[in-house]
Design a binder for this molecule. Structure first.
Ligand SMILES: Nc1ccn([C@@H]2O[C@H](COP(=O)(O)OP(=O)(O)OP(=O)(O)O)[C@@H](O)[C@H]2O)c(=O)n1
Ligand SMILES: C[C@](O)(CO)[C@H](O)COP(=O)(O)O
Length: 234
């Protein structure tokens, strides 16, 4: 089966507060998105890549590709007003049965082992998403107080979220719901059980300026998978 990655970068990055959307900001002189694409390409040279971009930034992206002599083969789809819509637009370019990973363009530090676990388990089980343990104590807010909750029942969710095309395409035909914060929530609402595998702690989503500081530090430290969790399958 063909492996696809739909790399969503159709957002505007409001929490970053930069005039250039965060997916184009540079880490170690290379735009975030190019780091992300290179990681997928190095993992599987045959993987088909679809990049979802804000329509207004497509020319800019092509300019950046020339400037950096970036020749990784990819198709481009136009972004939508929500992540859900952007994913849908990316999926519309896929017409064959495939294993499809949806990845945030702003997660450049996904490790090869996380990629391997996600694609491998999705091939066997129909889907797989990477998660981390909650590594701090957690409290739930009630009306006027808060209460400690058992953190062993909590997982933090990353991407890529990988699915067999049959379930992903059908799930994305549902109407949008504001509770759809990721692809797993869409597929779950369609009635499928979601399978969890271990993510890697460096696989941060670059969201605020603080994350850019971390990203530069990871590169300086020579990024490698330092905190791989035990193999996890639920
Ligand atoms: N309409 C949208 C919104 C988000 N995304 C992508 O989904 C990923 C995760 O979203 P997030 O980090 O929230 O990005 P933004 O929406 O750009 O950021 P913000 O919420 O701060 O505006 C990003 O790669 C983003 O570009 C997208 O493709 N289309
Ligand atoms: C898809 C995601 O990155 C999984 O953790 C996350 O749900 C995106 O959330 P955001 O609110 O768009 O940052």
């Amino acid at each position: 089966m063909t492996n696809y990655a739909v790399i969503v970068a159709g957002g505007s990055g409001t929490r970053m507060g930069s005039s250039v959307p965060k997916q184009f900001l540079k880490i170690n002189d290379l735009p975030v998105l190019m780091h992300t694409i290179k990681t997928f390409q190095q993992f599987d040279t045959q993987m088909k890549l679809i990049l979802v971009l804000p329509e207004s930034q497509i020319d800019y992206w092509q300019q950046l590709c020339e400037e950096h002599q970036f020749d990784a083969k990819h198709q481009i789809a136009k972004g939508g007003s929500t992540r859900f819509e952007s994913v849908k637009n990316g999926l519309s370019l896929i017409t064959e049965t495939a294993l499809i990973g949806i990845h945030d363009g702003v997660r450049p530090f996904v490790s090869p082992n996380t990629l391997k676990r996600c694609y491998h388990h999705a091939q066997a089980l129909g889907n797989a998403i990477p998660v981390l343990d909650a590594f701090e104590s957690i409290r739930q807010l009630n009306d006027d107080c808060s209460k400690a909750i058992d953190r062993s029942s909590i997982k933090l969710v990353q991407t890529p979220q990988v699915f067999h095309s049959d379930q992903l395409m059908a799930a994305y035909n549902q109407d949008y719901d504001s509770l759809f914060t990721d692809d797993a929530s869409v597929v779950e609402a369609y009635g499928k059980t979601i399978h969890l595998v271990a993510g890697n702690r460096e696989n941060i989503k670059i969201t605020t300026p603080f994350d850019l500081v971390l990203a530069e530090a990871f590169i300086k430290a020579g990024f490698e998978e330092m905190e791989d969790e035990d193999e996890l399958e639920i």
